[in-house]
Write a protein that binds this ligand. Structure first.
Ligand SMILES: *[C@@H]1O[C@H](CO)[C@@H](O)[C@H](O)[C@H]1NC(C)=O
Ligand SMILES: *[C@@H]1O[C@H](CO)[C@@H](O)[C@H](O)[C@H]1NC(C)=O
Ligand SMILES: *[C@@H]1O[C@H](CO)[C@@H](O)[C@H](O)[C@H]1NC(C)=O
Ligand SMILES: *[C@@H]1O[C@H](CO)[C@@H](O)[C@H](O)[C@H]1NC(C)=O
Ligand SMILES: *[C@@H]1O[C@H](CO)[C@@H](O)[C@H](O)[C@H]1NC(C)=O
Ligand SMILES: *[C@@H]1O[C@H](CO)[C@@H](O)[C@H](O)[C@H]1NC(C)=O
Length: 476
């Protein structure tokens, strides 16, 4: 995943509620070389948007990696100490192999958090280790409860130039503890996320495994230039709201959002210029990419390509409702390969979870310019279920070169369309009448933009550190 230009990304989404995302670009990459591995036990090498002039290990600050001792104080002391280098080359905090129990902590600017491949940040189950924040202004309330929200495990606000990376080290949310509280209706506040950055820019989140998040996995919000890459997200398929990126997750793999009803409209911060690339998604009860349902600040210019879905409920899903306001427009998705799903394309104009009863019934969302091309799907129950809003149709939908193989037990009606308008070309099975086939003379393919977005031009540096005789990593 690659970037965000303004807003939150949240790799989250949910069956009903949500969040706001902003702009992000994803490019989850395979990668042949094995940068980031420990070279001689005592050296590390990886690529990042910035390398740092200073480095220290968590053990320098009294950290204990036994899986039992709380490291919250040690991590805070380390980040506090290292923040003094912000204007002197920046600093890296190295987390060695071990299990490092911790509550939530806040990052600083010009800072790198690096996890060794056998390092596990283990989320504490002591509620006192999770300070409570106010609800997001564009949400007006929490996702799980009306009040505030627990600070995410790794949190940052008003920052610039931050790298959270590792040689595929692990952040383990120990989510079962939170899921059972959620299901038991025992939460006073909204569950924490694993990683959240707010009001920040130039943030890289890469090469980590995120395990069993209490809720959403990665949530960049009100932020720009956010690059998420090489992330593996793992959570039980039935875990509540564990939206993620490149995940086997319990919710949508990538959820793009921008605020909820009247709060999102008032806050007015759209998610724009989001790129999602090379994502592999398994999520039997959710979508590969969901736009909404909280989209009241607007979602525009999302480009997604080279995506593999193995077992999902839907491919791309747009969720909205009367009262949301905002818009979803200029969406371009190409080269998706999908296997086993209920619907390839899903649009719901009646996705009702409202923040409260004060939403404006005249605030109609604008859904237009939705483009899908070059896709193959197999074992599908229904090709598409597209439900616009009566009196507020979803328009300028274009679908071309899409081949959908139906499951043996597929529905009789392959395309179900209400209150939508658009065109198609080279699509099987034959689309509904509101998306007439133009034939090859008129369109052979939906038009996609060919310009590159700024996130495409990010320059990575190769960062190398070696252990000194004092057992501190020094930049070389
Ligand atoms: C992530 O790891 C891969 C493979 O080890 C490497 O090629 C890539 O440069 C790393 N990317 C980042 C952004 O850390
Ligand atoms: C924190 O920074 C100071 C320099 O201001 C340094 O002398 C000190 O050793 C550092 N603390 C630790 C625990 O490394
Ligand atoms: C962070 O930035 C936002 C938006 O600019 C501002 O409203 C807020 O007060 C800032 N918070 C802090 C802690 O500086
Ligand atoms: C990272 O670790 C996860 C969990 O063990 C694994 O599934 C994934 O393939 C690993 N990624 C890389 C690039 O090694
Ligand atoms: C149609 O899509 C397939 C991939 O699904 C691609 O291989 C093929 O080149 C596309 N055809 C055209 C004419 O673009
Ligand atoms: C096709 O999808 C059904 C569920 O609809 C699933 O049970 C079956 O295993 C899938 N078949 C293949 C070949 O993947």
């Amino acid at each position: 995943m690659k970037f965000c230009r303004r807003g939150p990304i949240r790799a989250q989404v949910s069956k009903e509620v949500a969040v706001l995302l902003v702009v992000a670009l994803l490019s989850i990459g395979g990668g042949e070389s094995r940068k980031g591995r420990i070279l001689v036990d005592e050296s590390i090498e990886y690529t990042a948007i910035s390398c740092r002039g200073h480095s220290a290990s968590l053990t320098d600050f009294g950290g204990v990696g036994d899986g039992k001792t709380s490291n919250t104080k040690a991590i805070k002391a380390a980040i506090d100490n290292l923040s003094q280098y912000a204007s002197d080359g920046g600093a890296q905090l190295y987390v060695p192999a071990g299990k490092w129990l911790t509550g939530s902590f806040s990052l600083t600017s010009h800072f790198t958090l690096y996890l060794h491949k056998d390092a596990v940040l283990l989320a504490s189950q002591d509620m006192n280790e999770w300070p409570v924040l106010k609800p997001l202004p564009s949400y007006g309330r929490g996702r799980d409860a009306a009040g505030g929200r627990f600070t995410s495990l790794v949190f940052g606000t008003n920052l610039t130039d931050v790298v959270i990376t590792g040689d595929n080290g692990t952040i383990d949310g120990q989510g079962a503890f939170w899921w059972s509280k959620f299901h038991g209706g025992k939460l006073k506040y909204t569950r924490p996320y694993l990683i959240e950055v707010m009001f920040s820019d130039n943030v890289q989140i890469s090469n980590l495994t995120l395990l069993n998040s209490p809720s959403w996995n990665v949530h960049p919000v009100y932020s720009s230039n956010i690059l998420v890459q090489g992330i593996t997200i793992i959570a039980p398929v039935k875990s509540p709201n564990t939206d993620g990126i490149n995940p086997v997750s319990g919710d949508d793999c990538v959820a793009v959002k921008s605020g909820w009803d009247e709060y999102g409209i008032a806050f007015g911060w759209p998610t724009k210029q989001l790129i999602i690339r090379r994502l592999t998604c398994i999520s039997p009860y959710s979508a590969v990419i969901a736009l909404g349902s909280e989209m009241s600040g607007g979602i525009q210019d999302v480009r997604a390509e080279d995506i593999v879905a193995i077992n999902t409920e839907s491919g791309v899903r747009i969720k909205t409702a009367v009262g949301r306001g905002g818009y979803v427009k200029d969406i371009y998705v190409q080269r998706m390969t999908m296997h086993t799903m209920k619907w390839v394309f899903l649009m719901n104009g009646n996705y009702k979870a409202h923040a409260d009863n004060n939403y404006d019934p005249n605030a109609l969302p604008v859904i237009q310019g939705i483009n899908y091309r070059d896709m193959v799907a197999e074992n599908v129950s229904m090709a598409a279920r597209l439900e616009g809003i009566s009196g507020d149709p979803f328009t300028n939908i274009c679908v071309s070169n899409v081949t959908i193989g139906m499951a043996a037990k597929s529905k009789k009606v392959k395309w179900m369309c209400t209150d939508v308008a658009g065109i198609t070309s080279g699509v099987t099975p034959q689309p509904c009448d509101s998306l007439p086939n133009q034939g090859s003379e008129k369109i052979t393919t939906c038009e996609f933009p060919t310009d590159s977005l700024p996130i495409d031009n990010v320059e990575f540096k190769k960062c190398t550190y070696r252990m000194s005789s004092a057992r501190t990593l020094l930049r070389v």
